[in-house]
Design a protein around this ligand. Structure first.
Ligand code: SAH
Ligand code: SF4
Ligand code: F3S
Length: 436
């Protein structure tokens, strides 16, 4: 029996790609093992979004430089696409380099490896296809990812994704709906629609659905109780998405809408295609919705040319929006990107200072926001049990973690939807008790 070990870095798109890759490998007669030591084939599905993420795969490969004899190493994902054959120079013990746009070729590449080819590659970005397989090995028994669009046609000045994942390709609406129905039949109750820009979705079939139409229809799949989607780009975020959420409780009341900066001058330098005011208009649509929609975002500090005033505009923006949570990053200079030419003008310690200020400011906002939930009853999808605290771990429709006690009950709750009264709130999670 041929064995493989796969480790995944990066975003949910990568996590889901790995589920498909694992299914493909199993379909080729491989068995998955838990450690790289046990495996004949070791694969890394990599991320290149920031330099730190990219370095991870090289430090993993370094560990096996000496004692990796007899093993075959493969680099998949965004670093594979970005570095291509240069990976063979940096890590000569690697035999396969394959980007996500070439995963349809994986069975063929595996056969080449098995028949003694020393080096195989899948690096073409010239594709109209998305990577679908009925063999997908989903990791979570209740929540399932569905990729609806791959690649990215934007060109944000700091970002590698258009180079690592290629141009946008949407799946047909019929294939997405069919997959959603199949998942419901298999017992999944939550679906998460994935894409670098989900809301640029364009149905290539004659039906011609846009993203909000697809969202409404996935939300009507019998048996599916929750639908999430990520990531939305502000430029393509239309009011119909908010209306859809308002009309169907199965669509989770959470939107992740990365802003990157609160300064229109910086947004222009970043080539984000919207102004602060245009972004705020989208926030207002959500704030005036009937359902309370949780809003989260991504922010980059220290992009070249960011002044103290630009940074203050970002701080003012988070105060105004009052995000439920943010992911914030120090700008990292990336190969191929338009901003590479601008240099790295803001010193690392200044970026660090700004990041700390931003995160502290946001922490105070989250403490304030989460306190509002105390006393309310929220429905949770139960994810598991924490033995150390004796609490169940649940997630609300707004994507908040709600840890709760279920007094007197000993039955398995994972995968069930239960009402929980919130009794305490912290900056990053809520705590409560199950109500009967
Ligand atoms: N498609 C999504 C984002 C994908 S990358 C979107 O358009 O919003 C996830 C986040 O990583 C980005 O939102 C951005 O905040 C951050 N990021 C991307 N490139 C970066 C870079 N070079 N340096 C620092 N952060 C970066
Ligand atoms: Fe990157 Fe911009 Fe595309 Fe998002 S929209 S993946 S940040 S280029
Ligand atoms: Fe990383 Fe590629 Fe995702 S760069 S964030 S794994 S699209």
């Amino acid at each position: 029996m041929k064995t493989f070990y796969l480790e995944t870095f990066g975003c949910q798109m990568n996590v889901h790609d790995s589920e498909k890759v694992i299914g493909t490998l199993v379909g080729q007669g491989y068995a998955q093992v838990e450690t790289p030591e046990e495996a004949e084939l070791v694969l890394y599905n990599t991320c290149s979004i920031r330099d730190k993420a990219e370095q991870k795969v090289f430090s993993r490969l370094q560990q096996f430089k000496k004692d990796g004899r007899g093993k075959t190493f493969a680099v998949l994902g965004c670093v594979a696409q970005q570095e291509g054959e240069k990976i063979f120079e940096k890590a000569p013990h690697v035999s396969m380099v394959c980007g996500s746009a070439s995963y349809n070729k994986l069975p063929e590449l595996l056969v080449q490896l098995e028949t003694g080819h020393r080096r195989v590659t899948g690096l073409s970005l010239d594709t109209e296809d998305t990577f679908e397989t009925p063999l997908t090995r989903r990791d979570n028994p209740h929540r399932a990812y569905i990729t609806i669009i791959e690649g990215c046609d934007k060109s944000c000045a700091y970002c590698v994704v258009p180079f690592t994942r290629g141009p946008e390709r949407s799946r047909t609406s019929a294939s997405v709906i069919e997959e959603a129905r199949g998942l419901a039949a298999a017992g999944y109750t939550e679906i998460q629609l994935l894409g670098q820009n989900v809301n640029s979705y364009r149905d290539p079939s004659p039906a011609g659905w846009d993203f909000s139409t697809l969202l409404e229809n996935v939300g009507r799949t019998p048996g599916i109780r929750r639908v999430r989607f990520t990531t939305s780009h502000p430029r393509d975020f239309v009011r119909a998405i908010v209306d859809a959420i308002d009309q169907n409780p199965a669509l989770c009341n959470h939107v992740h809408l990365p802003v990157q900066s609160g300064s229109t001058r910086m947004l222009e330098a970043m080539q984000r295609l919207y102004t602060r005011e245009e972004y705020m208009r989208r926030i207002e649509w959500m704030k005036s919705a009937r359902r309370p929609i949780a809003i989260t975002t991504d922010i980059i500090v220290g992009f070249p040319g960011e002044t103290e005033a630009d940074f203050d505009a970002t701080l003012a923006l988070i105060d105004e929006v009052e995000y439920d949570s943010i992911f914030s990053f120090k700008y990292s200079r990336r190969p191929n990107t338009p901003a590479l030419a601008l240099g790295d003008q803001i010193p690392e310690d200044e970026k660090g200072r700004r990041l700390t200020i931003l995160q502290e400011r946001q922490r105070a906002i989250q403490i304030r926001r989460n306190a509002r939930y105390v006393g309310m009853v929220e429905e949770c999808l139960v994810e598991g049990f924490n033995k150390a605290t004796g609490q169940w771990i649940g997630r609300t429709s707004q994507n908040k973690t709600l840890n709760f006690l279920s007094v007197g009950a000993s039955e398995e709750l994972a995968g069930r939807y239960v009402p929980v009264r919130v009794t305490r709130a912290g900056p990053n999670s809520l705590a409560g008790e199950r109500v009967n």
